[in-house]
Ligand binder design. Structure first.
Ligand SMILES: C[S@@+](CC[C@H](N)C(=O)[O-])C[C@H]1O[C@@H](n2cnc3c(N)ncnc32)[C@H](O)[C@@H]1O
Length: 273
């Protein structure tokens, strides 16, 4: 595995062990081609722990419960952006406009927060108030991204794409040591509760089972089909009848017709029980 030029010894067996552990603890299935990615992401942990070989790290991992968190945080892929897959937000906007009463929304796999804040902005715009009748629960397995999400502070290049009007209404520009950054306004921040949740855990913490909307986008792609179907079934059991399920652009549940029916591009409605 190219060990001549590598700082740490990393064998095929080490890679296979990493894959097995990651699948077991997070349901994430890594392709054969991901060995360089695994090496570079976990090399930071070996450096921090002053270890020379991946085999030492794997032994340490197996006997140190706390290291699992670093391991997961290191290996998740957290790519996201504000108003990603923008067509979903048009549908969401229309849903808000047509719906009376409080909307309960779960943003599962919310990464660094751009997705739940986009949902909150969409609600503020649709209801025409900074205090829209929505309650958003945003969860992720990765404690680092949850901390970033909870802080709600982003480098300007990450927020600029939302446009000047939204930027002015929903963010405060940083000054002094925060120059070049923007912070989500407190009114939006208050609409969201951030929590750690592993979608592949057998038991989930106490969660409402009457969400009106679930966003679970671009995380199922990391799971194999049996895991996807098991997670989808559990997520849908937390949706109210007729609740909406937003999936990622390459996640199709057309063959899950007993659970959800498609109502738009990667948007589904819960099939009534
Ligand atoms: C590519 S990001 C997608 C973020 C956002 N949903 C979006 O579409 O822009 C995938 C997220 O899924 C999270 N994730 C991976 N495995 C998970 C699991 N088993 N349970 C919960 N979240 C998980 C990762 O930590 C990461 O933040």
């Amino acid at each position: 595995m190219g060990n001549d030029v590598r700082e740490f010894h990393f064998s095929q067996d080490d890679f296979n062990q990493v894959r097995n552990v990651l699948y077991k603890v997070a349901g994430i299935k890594l392709a054969d081609s991901k060995d360089s990615m695994v090496y570079s992401r976990l090399a930071r942990r070996l450096r921090a722990l002053k270890m020379n070989r991946f085999s030492d790290y794997l032994r340490f991992l197996s006997s140190n419960e706390e290291e699992i968190e670093h391991f997961i945080n290191g290996l998740t892929t957290n790519l996201t952006s504000f108003f990603r897959e923008n067509h979903h937000f048009d549908i969401l906007h229309n849903h808000f406009v047509q719906t009376k009463g409080k909307q309960r929304i779960w943003c599962a796999a919310s990464s660094t927060g751009e997705e739940p804040y986009s949902i909150a902005i969409c609600a503020a715009e649709a209801y025409g108030t900074m205090n829209p009748p929505v309650e958003i629960i945003a969860t992720d397995i990765d404690s680092n991204v949850l901390a970033t999400a909870s802080a709600g502070v982003y480098p300007m290049p990450r927020v600029q794409g939302i446009g000047a009007t939204r930027l002015k209404q929903f963010f405060h520009r940083g000054v002094g040591s925060n120059a070049g950054k923007a912070r989500v306004v407190p009114e939006l921040r208050q609409l969201i509760t951030f929590d750690k949740l592993n979608l592949t855990d057998a038991a989930w913490p106490n969660l409402p089972n009457d969400f009106d909307i679930i966003f679970c986008r671009n995380v199922m792609i990391y799971f194999d089909r049996p895991t996807q179907m098991a997670v989808l079934g559990k997520l849908v059991s937390h949706l109210s009848n007729n609740g909406l399920y937003f999936a990622g652009h390459s996640e199709s549940f057309l063959n899950a017709s007993t659970l959800v029916k498609p109502i738009g591009k990667t948007v589904y409605r819960k099939v009534e029980a």
